[in-house]
Design a protein. Structure first.
Length: 254
């Protein structure tokens, strides 16, 4: 493919991912607002974080359910990779293996998201207490509860929900597609080559621009800023390399 064709392909893939992300961003935003309300009310009544572990567990369960649905829908939408293999590449055992990987990723993400939600609320409480030295009103439970609700479930929740939805959609799409391609390559005995394709616009991080154009036999990692990644949004990658990534993989055979 020419460079223009690669960019067109990348943008088409990202457009499909964004449609899914926008759908689930609404569910995630509602969940963040619900949890913000619970955290705020709990603090207002108890004037402590004694119920926060329980709220975190419930939050994690609901986030897990949302992200599992997101991952499954994304995986199903990206069943587009075929290599004219000798066997059916989309057999149940392949799809079950993919879903197992996606579920593992979701559990890790949900744990992180729920812990971060509690951490945000805890920071609000500490900041309010510090500010109360000069502004005693800031230590009042009603004021702190209002600040928790605003910080966890206010305007910030919109961008946070979008970041979670986009990152998880991107991760699910690449995980599913890469695994299907790997199995197809093994079964068909074709040599599959994958290429890291960056959109190369103003929002792409430098390490991903430098990774653009790298090619590897499938199964071998890319070097992205000194980190070894199998594909964009590889769950093994650091947050700096994964969150809001918009790179894609190109697939070809020798």
């Amino acid at each position: 493919m020419t460079r223009n064709q690669k960019l067109k392909y990348a943008r088409a893939v990202l457009l499909m991912q964004d449609r899914i992300a926008l759908k689930y961003q609404k569910d995630i935003k509602r969940e963040l607002k619900l949890t913000a309300s619970q955290l705020a009310e709990s603090y207002r009544i108890n004037q402590s974080t004694v119920e926060y572990p329980q709220i975190q567990n419930e939050h994690q369960k609901r986030i897990t359910e949302i992200l599992l649905e997101l991952a499954k829908e994304t995986s199903d939408k990206f069943k587009v990779f075929t290599l004219n293999a000798k066997k059916d590449m989309f057999s149940n055992y392949v799809e079950n293996g993919i879903y197992s990987m996606l579920a593992t990723n979701v559990l890790t993400t949900a744990s992180t998201v729920s812990a971060n939600t509690i951490a945000i609320a805890s920071v609000v409480i500490m900041q309010s207490m510090r500010e109360s030295v000069n502004k005693p009103k800031n230590s009042q439970p009603d004021v702190i509860a209002k600040n928790i609700s605003k910080r966890v479930g206010g305007q910030y929740s919109v961008s946070r929900a979008m970041t979670i939805a986009r990152t998880e959609t991107h991760k699910a799409a690449n995980t599913a597609q890469y695994h299907r391609a790997s199995v197809a390559a093994q079964e068909s005995e074709l040599e599959v080559v994958v290429e890291w394709i960056s959109t190369n616009d103003g929002r792409v991080r430098d390490d991903h621009k430098h990774a653009d154009g790298q090619t590897r036999p499938i199964g071998q990692p890319f070097n992205v800023g000194g980190e070894l990644l199998m594909y964009p949004s590889d769950p093994k990658g650091s947050a700096a390399n994964v969150i809001n990534c918009r790179c894609v993989l190109g697939y070809d055979t020798k």
